[in-house]
Design a protein around this ligand. Structure first.
Ligand code: SAH
Ligand code: SF4
Ligand code: F3S
Length: 440
């Protein structure tokens, strides 16, 4: 009987991408992948620590794995990768001694080697978490039957927003050479992937560590759309402070570049943005969003917002509400500020009361939902290109897909269309979902 492995992924697209690489590695080692941990010989948790809740979830899962490992008389190897592994390091083994391997994502290429050492009993625990300052070793990824392939264009982050743990666990920003990215775009386009997703903590600062090479995000987009094939390019996330006009122009003239724009606001208050070290003001953000909407009218802007950052007053929060009201985001991920040990904001005075954070979050969500509903109506009667993703979860009769701007569309159609592009005429719009008919 063949050996079985499970990877459970938490966190962002970067982790999803790295899990696809780990999956490919396990398959090369002769493992069958399974989602059922009970029948697994090896379980890896690819973890996140962006907010406290993310870390709590991982420890909860580890508790479950401990019980399973005992039931299996220790015949279960448990590995932890990702940002929580990188944060907790050696202490992981002290906290959860039944974990066998702890690897930062810089080191996932070493999994086969490390696993062999654990299996042979040569070493009891392996911890590989050295600081991340080089480009990780190139590894192939398996995206399965998905029509979406992702490519990390940068690793790490240099921004040190004062609330954020990412630069501490993912290291300094390192850009992948442009020709390597284009090579991947070519191979994925050839394999028939319809969406190619560029990943980075701050994609539009791509190349700033390779200035001598004159590689930047606008050039990368321009080179990517020259690759032959019917696909579109999406990217997450750009940073408002680095959004230059040449990038706007390249997007505007290339329909192959997605109309999704995830532009994290974080706060609408200039005072709080300053304390966050975000590098832009309330007015600059509004001006940028309006300029982009004007130059690319079919763009769908989405965002991330934190409420209750230390020192946020009712007035500051009102500034955030103002921006949400004025810009009109199609979607927003909204969070209560969560303290991350080692970041400057964690020790700032004037931490905001949890009840106040929660009340502000509710208020913000109510406004954003109303705005999302309003934004949605702009699709009414339009014919949009949709990448068909699969049957709708709620209604199996319907197919579900995404527009270039990342909006969900439901429509009737043959299952053979899954993984293909179709044109859909939008007949009804709800807050999160558009409904329509395929145009022949
Ligand atoms: N690099 C991306 C963000 C990665 S983290 C960017 O700059 O856009 C994803 C989101 O998590 C952030 O945009 C932020 O809104 C949220 N986040 C990060 N740290 C947080 C914290 N300590 N508390 C609450 N939300 C946080
Ligand atoms: Fe974190 Fe800021 Fe870097 Fe995004 S840009 S990963 S929020 S430090
Ligand atoms: Fe989480 Fe790390 Fe991504 S902390 S959000 S998995 S970069």
């Amino acid at each position: 009987m063949s050996k079985k492995a499970t990877i459970i992924t938490y966190g962002c697209q970067m982790n999803v991408n790295e899990s696809a690489k780990m999956k490919q590695m396990f398959q090369n080692m002769g493992y069958d992948m399974t989602d059922d941990i009970k029948e697994s010989d090896v379980v890896f948790l690819n973890t996140c620590t962006i907010r406290e809740g993310a870390a709590v979830k991982v420890y909860g899962k580890l508790g479950e794995l401990k019980t399973l490992k005992e039931k299996k008389n220790n015949n279960l190897i448990i590995g932890v990768t990702g940002c929580l592994a990188q944060e907790v390091r050696e202490d992981f083994i002290k906290k959860v001694p039944y974990v066998d391997l702890v690897l930062g994502n810089q080191n996932i290429a070493k999994i086969p080697d490390a696993l062999e050492k654990i299996q042979s009993g040569e070493i009891e625990h392996i911890v590989l978490v050295e600081d991340e300052d080089e480009l990780p070793k190139r590894v192939d990824a398996d995206f399965g039957d998905d029509s979406i392939a992702s490519i990390s264009i940068t690793y790490g982050c240099n921004n040190f927003c004062t609330f954020c743990i990412v630069p501490y666990v993912r290291g300094m920003e390192r850009s992948v050479p442009l020709r390597e990215i284009i090579y991947d775009v070519e191979q994925y386009a050839r394999k028939g992937y319809k969406e190619i997703l560029f990943l980075g903590q701050n994609v539009n600062s791509y190349g700033s560590d390779r200035l001598d090479m004159k590689e930047n995000f606008a050039l990368l987009l321009e080179e990517s759309v020259k690759v032959e094939g019917d696909f579109w390019i999406k990217y997450v996330s750009p940073h408002p402070k680095d959004f230059t006009d040449d990038v706007i122009d390249v997007i505007a003239k290339n329909p192959k570049i997605s109309r999704m724009l995830h532009l994290p606001l974080q706060s609408g208050s200039t005072k709080i943005l300053n304390a966050m070290s975000r590098g832009y003001t309330k007015e600059e953000f509004i001006t940028l969003a309006k300029k982009i909407k004007e130059k690319i009218p079919d763009i769908g802007i989405t965002t991330d917002i934190i409420v209750g950052f230390p020192g946020e007053t009712d007035e500051d929060f009102q500034d955030t509400m103002d921006v949400v009201n004025e810009v009109g985001f199609e979607n927003a991920f909204m969070f209560m500020y969560s303290k991350r040990t080692g970041t400057p904001a964690a020790i700032m005075e004037n931490q905001v009361d949890e009840n106040v954070k929660s009340e502000r979050l509710q208020q913000l969500m109510r406004l954003q939902n109303a705005k999302a509903k309003e934004e949605s109506t702009k699709y009414l009667d339009k014919i949009v290109k949709v990448l068909v993703e699969g049957p709708s979860r709620k209604n199996k009769e319907m197919l579900s897909g995404r527009t270039s701007s990342h909006k969900i569309v439901l429509f009737k159609g043959d299952k053979k269309l899954i993984g293909k592009f179709v044109n859909v005429r939008i007949e009804e719009t709800k807050t999160w979902t558009l409904y329509g008919k395929i145009e022949e």
